[in-house]
Design a binder for this molecule. Structure first.
Ligand SMILES: Nc1ncnc2c1ncn2[C@@H]1O[C@H](COP(=O)(O)OP(=O)(O)OP(=O)(O)O)[C@@H](O)[C@H]1O
Length: 290
């Protein structure tokens, strides 16, 4: 049994003269939820579709469940769950019928009615796919992706159009699948809170490469966005918030009135990384306040 479920080395892909992936390296371990972040056009979908076996013309190394996606067959494909960015197909099928039809292609599918309930689709079970709301359609896509009990699940912007409750239900479902069933999930999202909530690790893709990869906390540490220390009489941006708090404590001879400390958010760290990758700044020095 492989512990590394997805392995990518030096992956390159160009569309004509445009180099979209320029030497991508990645390892995904069994049972982890891994998020790919990156600005529009960074190549996330391209990378995911290469790993799903839907794109050819790439170079470098890619292995999913021990096989090269460009050459692997149906038995391999049956071990994957795929939720692509936009699916509008099968509009005339009724939700439950479509799910049951797809389920019949797998050896050990999930129970269709249970899955409908988990994804909040019971009431829409007899509606045609073409009349579902955006969020319902997306939930159906997710149901179709997991009905065959995949070992690896690819989710390309899965929660677009979800309302907060559906999003929360979806997050709980993914956590459960990864935690209890050892499902490995590769997710792309633009929702940083979602990335932070769900992923053990995040890779930021920019300028055709993985510019950083680690836990959300490691990502925040990888950049030098300063923390903000604020107190009754002032505020300061600093890379050393505890040092500043200590100095203030000395200065006040005790508790500092109104002391607040705000560390950089994942969003700030992410934006900083993207900016840096684009070469619009030399290094992450901020405002000379440290
Ligand atoms: N089939 C194609 N032919 C030509 N260019 C393409 C093709 N597919 C994607 N591209 C281009 O490759 C680049 C990367 O696209 P891709 O969809 O992989 O990015 P992405 O990171 O998923 O973006 P988004 O966040 O907007 O979904 C873009 O500039 C896009 O226009």
């Amino acid at each position: 049994m492989h512990d590394v479920v997805i392995r990518v080395r030096g992956l390159r892909m160009a569309y004509g003269p445009i180099q979209v992936l320029n030497g991508v390296d990645l390892d995904l371990r069994r049972g982890e939820v891994f998020t790919l972040l990156g600005p529009n056009g960074a190549g996330k979908t391209t990378l995911v579709e290469i790993l799903e076996g839907f794109r050819t013309g790439w170079s470098g190394e890619a292995e999913v469940l021990g096989e090269n996606p460009a050459r692997a067959g149906d038995a391999w494909r049956a071990r994957l769950g795929v939720v692509m960015q936009s699916w509008r197909d099968h509009p005339r099928w009724r939700v439950r019928d479509l799910l049951a039809h797809v389920a019949a292609h797998y050896e050990k599918p999930r129970d269709v009615d249970e899955l409908l309930a988990t994804l909040g689709l019971t009431e829409a079970a007899h509606n045609r796919a073409g009349v579902l709301s955006g969020g319902q359609r997306r939930r159906l896509d997710v149901a179709l992706g997991i009905v065959g009990r995949p070992e690896v699940l690819f989710l390309d912007e899965p929660t677009t159009g979800f309302d907060p409750e559906a999003r929360r239900e979806f997050h709980l479902l993914i956590e459960r699948l990864a935690g209890e069933e050892g499902l490995t999930v590769l997710l792309t999202t633009h929702d940083l809170a979602e990335a932070e909530r769900l992923s053990e690790r995040i890779a930021v893709l920019a300028a055709g490469r993985v510019v950083t990869c680690g836990s959300p906390a490691e990502l925040a540490r990888a950049v030098q966005v300063p923390s903000l220390v604020r107190w009754e009489d002032g505020e300061l941006e600093t890379a050393d918030p505890s040092g500043v708090a200590w100095d203030l404590h000395q200065r006040y001879g005790g508790p500092v009135p109104g002391l607040e400390l705000r560390r950089p958010t994942l969003e700030e760290s992410y934006l900083d990384l993207i900016e840096e990758a684009r070469g619009t700044r030399e290094t992450a020095t901020v405002g000379g306040t440290r």
